[in-house]
Design a protein around this ligand. Structure first.
Ligand code: MRU
Length: 365
């Protein structure tokens, strides 16, 4: 996607593959800067501290992290230690495990001296495939938007198509295009009048900081709202569809995504608003049937709840404390939306009902 007219991806190689550059997402929207990762430790730290985040991008960064590890030590022992170190950085997004396993399977049969180059090639393939999958999700999602727009009540048919999204499932969360935002970009570029309600997404505010940044750079009309406003807007006919991403989707269509997604799905269900989830195949965990019981939910630091980061009047980025000294806080980073609340899953292969039969038919399983 474009930043000031220049096309960007979120991750790439530099110095002949000895280093990986990423966009430092902890500085957005106030500063746009890249950061270089030159070791396994730096790659793991970038994922853990959310310099990079979003399920697909976490996976690609993990794959490149294995490449950096193998450049330093291509032995079996080092490969397994690096695999485990990277896997432990963020437990919920299954793309990380998927990408790490894919690189490991590629390099294990090779002699050590060939492993780093093979890992580089595999990570590059994963990145390119992610771009293609996200663009295809955009096309399938655009078709859904067009169908929904055409059947809106007569009084709303002439205004913009109003979409609500939660967290950031845009190009910053992937390598390019995004998942939930890809159909929005496709619609905007196709000339479809569209407006996006952007949930701020406490506690880390990925909506207010990242989604709003992305949409603004692409010129997509949008309005940032507090997380609690969505139900009210749906009650008043101001949301035509909800679309979110996924960090892990079960074989039965349960969707694990940023904390607060479940509440939006409940409100959408109560108000008859279509609730779609956009995801690439790399986000499906075929080993789990019950998302609530089976998906590990990352608990992040209490400080993300007690403090909030922003730009002060003098231009510096800093954090301020919101809560009284001594109050406990708890910070589960994701929740699970049961399949029954999901209108459809928009994948790179097309749209499926959120069910074992729906996903099975799409992926031949
Ligand atoms: O904690 P984050 O910012 O990594 O969470 C991101 C999300 O929850 C996204 O919605 C999800 O990864 C899908 S991104 C295409």
């Amino acid at each position: 996607m474009n930043i000031d007219g220049t096309p960007w991806r979120t991750i790439g190689l530099e110095e002949g593959g000895r280093s990986v550059w990423v966009i430092d997402q902890t500085l957005l929207p106030h500063r746009f800067a890249t950061r270089s990762l030159t070791s396994l430790e730096q790659a793991a730290e970038a994922i853990r501290t959310m310099v990079v985040r979003g399920a697909p991008l976490i996976g690609v960064t993990g794959a490149y992290g294995l490449m950096l590890a193998l450049q330093a030590d291509p032995s079996d022992g080092a490969l397994q230690a690096a695999f485990e170190q990277l896997l432990s950085t963020r437990p919920t997004a299954v793309n990380l495990r998927w990408a790490l396993e894919r690189v490991r399977e590629r390099v294990v049969p090779l002699p050590p001296e060939q492993r780093a180059a093979a890992a580089q090639q595999e990570a590059g393939l994963i990145a390119d495939e992610d771009v293609a999958m996200c663009e295809a999700i955009g096309e399938h999602g655009l078709a859904i938007f067009q169908q929904l727009a055409a059947v809106r009540p007569a009084e709303r048919r002439h205004g913009p198509f109003n979409v609500l999204t939660h967290c950031n499932a845009g190009w910053l969360a992937t390598v390019d295009w995004g998942t939930a935002l890809a159909p929005i970009y496709k619609a905007h570029r196709a000339g479809m009048p569209i407006h996006v309600w952007v949930d701020e997404t406490r506690p880390r505010n990925q909506g207010a900081s990242l989604t709003a940044f992305e949409l603004g750079r692409e010129g997509v009309p949008h309005t940032v709202i507090v997380d609690n406003a969505g139900g009210h807007l749906m009650q008043h006919g101001q949301v035509d569809a909800v679309i979110v991403g996924s960090d892990r989707t079960t074989a039965t269509g349960d969707v694990c995504n940023k904390i607060g997604t479940y509440l939006k799905a409940l409100a959408a269900h109560d108000n008859g608003v279509p609730f779609y989830v956009a995801l690439p195949a790399s986000t499906i965990d075929w080993t789990i049937d019950d998302g609530v019981a089976g998906i590990p939910i990352e608990a992040r630091s209490a400080e993300e709840v007690t403090h909030i980061q922003g730009r002060g009047d003098a231009g510096g980025i800093s954090a301020v404390q919101l809560t009284p000294d001594g109050s406990a806080s708890f910070n589960p980073a994701f929740d699970v939306t049961p399949a029954r609340l999901v209108t459809g899953l928009i994948t790179e292969r097309g749209v499926a009902p959120a069910s074992a039969a729906g996903l099975g038919a799409l992926y031949g399983r």
